[in-house]
Design a protein around this ligand. Structure first.
Ligand code: C5P
Length: 405
């Protein structure tokens, strides 16, 4: 990872230690190589490395997993389901920006533990890592041939580089990485369908991160159709995340209460076209041509600006300053702008930071926005993990029910 000119999230030391109490750990780790992976470098954080379980853990297994951020290129809300969730049609892509999760198997642990370091943007991460480890252990225990011994306790360390509660899927990505890391630490595997079910039980966005490829997301997020990579130089992205607490449930509630776009079918039309274009093979320059459409393809934007009215002026100022379409990821508040190269996105990022500091770009929220240049870039995956992404069909825990309202 290079320091670059972006916020790389290396500012603060470990600040949180959480535990899940439970029964006794069984089989101890038998050692094995780490499988750290990641997409290389950008100026906003990459997989990096970490020093494992901390002092005194005596850990023998040390795994590093890269947990990428996601971007919603489109986000169409199709209706509300009987279970209260909203049916979506969304093209999602992984970014080179990501968190780094390290998992070790300590010698004498009596709990799963988690230490978090990295960026702090005024919001505490509602971290899913320990829940993911606990759910994976419970699922493994049901069918583990090694029973009655239990998968051992794990010590996890998370280096946060993805802003929290930002519409970038950081917590969900950490959860997916935790499932994979726990399985690897326990030297066990789980059929992909079971991992998909586990992921969906942890949150609507977690399923996407199992494929870690460009994908069309339907249902409440649990149905994932992997899509081919974009050809040419990876499209660069400037991320600007104001420090505003925008909770996803509040945004969906505002949508349900009527904060919706004037043209209710537009985002869906754009999303369907984009998914079709990507299925047929798409170039970076074609995606750049679609930037204005993508800026109009997030059905949650009116709801996000209802929850945080300050976002409207901020988006308009950013658009004026950069002279390019500004899009929102997920339920916000992250705003993103497409650029042909990482160098262009970095330059734009520098200009945004200068404009924020001299006041020509009025800020919103409780502090300086997070500004980082990154790229659409699926992380390199070992062949077994890539398999679902090339199967060319949707995976998910059960049949799709997209109910119109
Ligand atoms: O699944 P997750 O816990 O991420 O969802 C958080 C909240 O966002 C849900 O409780 C629900 O209120 C809302 N949501 C929704 N439709 C979705 C995803 C999330 O209404 N597809």
């Amino acid at each position: 990872m290079t320091a670059g000119d972006g916020q790389d999230g290396s500012g603060t030391g470990p600040r949180t230690l959480r535990r899940i109490e439970g029964g006794q750990g069984g089989r101890s780790g038998t050692g094995g190589p780490g499988d750290g992976e990641g997409p290389g470098t950008d100026d906003s954080g990459g997989p990096g490395t970490d020093d494992g379980g901390g002092p005194g853990t005596g850990a023998r297994i040390h795994l590093v997993r890269f947990a990428p951020a996601k971007l919603n290129l489109t986000l169409a809300v199709l209706g509300r389901r009987e279970d209260g969730y909203h049916s979506l049609h969304s093209v999602m892509v992984p970014l080179a920006l990501g968190d780094a999760l390290t998992v070790t198997v300590p010698h004498a642990a009596r709990h799963d533990t988690l230490r978090i370091s990295g960026i702090a943007l005024g919001v505490d991460p509602d971290n899913l890592v320990l829940r993911a480890v606990a759910a994976t252990r419970a699922a493994v225990e049901e069918s583990w041939p090694g029973a009655p011994v239990r998968p051992p306790w794990l010590a996890a360390r998370l280096v946060k580089r993805i802003p929290v509660a930002a519409g970038l899927g950081g917590g969900s990505s950490d959860a997916a990485a935790a499932i994979e890391a726990a399985l690897a630490a326990w030297h066990t595997t789980m059929p992909f369908a079971d991992r998909a079910r586990l992921a969906a039980s942890l949150g609507s966005d977690v399923s996407f991160f199992l494929a870690r490829a460009n994908a069309l997301i339907t249902g409440r997020g649990e149905f994932v159709e992997p899509l081919p990579e974009i050809s040419g130089e990876p499209p660069a992205i400037l991320l600007v995340t104001p420090q505003l607490p925008v909770a996803t449930p509040d945004v969906f509630a505002a949508y349900a209460a009527g904060a919706r776009p004037g043209d209710p079918a537009r985002a869906r039309r754009i999303s369907e076209h984009l998914a079709g274009d990507l299925r047929g093979g798409m170039t970076s320059s074609r995606l750049l041509d679609l930037a204005a459409d993508l800026a109009a393809a997030n059905d949650l934007l009116p709801a996000a600006t209802t929850v945080e009215p300050g976002l409207v002026d901020f988006m308009h100022s950013l658009e004026r300053h950069l002279g390019r379409p500004v899009c929102q990821s997920g339920s916000g508040p992250t705003q993103w702008i497409l650029y042909p190269t990482l160098a262009d996105a970095r330059k734009a990022g520098r200009s945004v930071r200068i404009a924020l500091s001299d006041g020509s770009l009025p800020s919103v929220g409780i502090g300086e926005p997070f500004v980082a240049a990154t790229a659409i870039m699926p992380p390199h995956l070992p062949p077994s993990d890539v398999q679902p992404a090339i199967a060319g069909r949707t995976y998910g825990p059960r049949t799709v029910h997209n109910e119109e309202t």
